[in-house]
Design a protein around this ligand. Structure first.
Ligand code: KG4
Ligand code: ZN
Length: 352
């Protein structure tokens, strides 16, 4: 069974062809990063307009790479939320028209279910119950996927998402958008073994399995303001960020990444002890972070855990339509996914 996936929830226009829910035949992503970079973040109107222009071309390319025609497609799966309303409407409108024209079944998918399913594309035989740490620009959640296919939400961010915090701290440091990869590069240049004494940040403390990133982001800002002689809380304008000494930028990036990673891994390992999953996955754009992957593997090994950890490869972590096709295929087989209503604040589709 061939599923055509369509993803337009934020700033990536993507289409994919996935066979039987697990074999990626094509996964084409057209990134709008360059379009939004001058603005330091995603501009919703520009994103929607760009999806309109790019989606037909991206779909043609996905079909070409998969060496199939529209007549070979059996199912259409499209992201209906969460995301930017205008951007979502473009994808859903396009998918609906296509499905209607070709007489194909169509399912509406939660983008979060999509991220979760990237773990199944990476490791089709992954055992349930699966503990998932979903970390991206819009969400930071710990979820358990049970053997019955239902989700239990174990923890979530109380303020900023992890990727959002990386992006905001990068902006404070005068680094380009998206900030996550930039922070990782700076932290690596600073050096893993450096003592960080020159930019010490307090550990993040939140009870239970929830997350918080706004305090650490503010701590970085106050620290930079102090160093630059700007009054606390007055903000650091982009000109001031551009004049930060390079060594300070590297130290700040390394200190922030260390605390953010420590916080994510601490919650993940606590949850692993509490729910004793059969496998663990880290998904979403922030899962691209090598320091996070290393720390998670080290922590699990140190605790004597033999539970397999799955971190999808590069093209499956950040937003892509392959994961939407995989999630859509699973929903269709369960007889759900009927709603095509665009919902910018949609959560996990089958959370219990
Ligand atoms: O999953 P994704 O592509 O889109 C959303 O659904 O939000 O995630 C994008 C986020 C951005 O905030 C980006 O800065 C972050 O993932 N990201 C990273 C890295 N690569 C991407 N964060 C930390 N380290 C990275 N290497
Ligand atoms: Zn995403």
């Amino acid at each position: 069974m061939l599923t055509l996936g369509i993803e337009t929830s934020c700033d990536e226009t993507s289409a994919a062809v996935v066979e039987d829910g697990t074999r990626v035949r094509s996964n084409v992503v057209s990134s709008q990063v360059a379009l939004h970079a001058p603005f330091g973040g995603v501009v919703p109107e520009l994103a929607a307009r760009s999806h309109v222009e790019r989606l037909p071309l991206v779909m043609d390319e996905a079909l070409r790479v998969a060496e199939v025609g529209l007549e070979d497609i059996d199912l259409v799966a499209v992201t209906r939320g969460p995301g930017l309303v205008g951007a979502l409407l473009v994808g859903v409108g396009f998918a609906r028209a296509l499905a209607w024209q070709r007489g194909l079944p169509i399912v509406g998918v939660s983008h979060l279910d999509g991220h979760m399913h990237s773990a199944f594309l990476q490791s089709p035989g992954i055992a349930l119950p699966l503990l998932v740490l979903a970390v991206s620009g819009g969400h930071t959640e710990l979820v358990l996927l049970g053997r019955d296919g239902r989700y239990t939400l174990l923890g979530r961010t109380l303020d900023d998402a992890a990727g959002e915090a990386f992006d905001k701290v990068a902006r404070l440091l005068g680094l380009p958008y998206p900030g996550g990869p930039e922070i990782e590069r700076c932290a690596a240049r600073y050096g893993a073994s450096s003592p960080l004494a020159d930019f010490n940040l307090p550990p993040i403390r939140v009870s239970g399995l929830d997350f918080s990133f706004s305090g650490i982001k503010t701590a970085v800002r106050y620290r930079l303001e102090r160093t630059m002689g700007v009054a606390q809380g007055s903000g650091l304008d982009p000109r001031a960020s551009a004049t930060l000494p390079p060594s300070l930028v590297l130290a700040a990036a390394a200190a922030f990444q260390r605390r953010a990673v420590e916080h994510l891994v601490d919650r993940l390992s606590l949850a692993a002890v509490q729910v004793a999953p059969a496998s663990i996955a880290i998904v979403g754009g922030v899962a691209m972070n090598g320091a996070l992957a290393r720390a998670a593997r080290d922590e699990l090994a140190a605790s004597g855990s033999a539970v397999p950890l799955v971190i999808p490869g590069a093209g499956l972590c950040t937003d892509n339509a392959g994961m939407i096709a995989a999630a859509g295929h699973a929903l269709y087989r369960r007889g759900s996914g009927a709603s095509l209503e665009v919902d910018p604040s949609l959560r996990w589709e089958a959370a219990s």
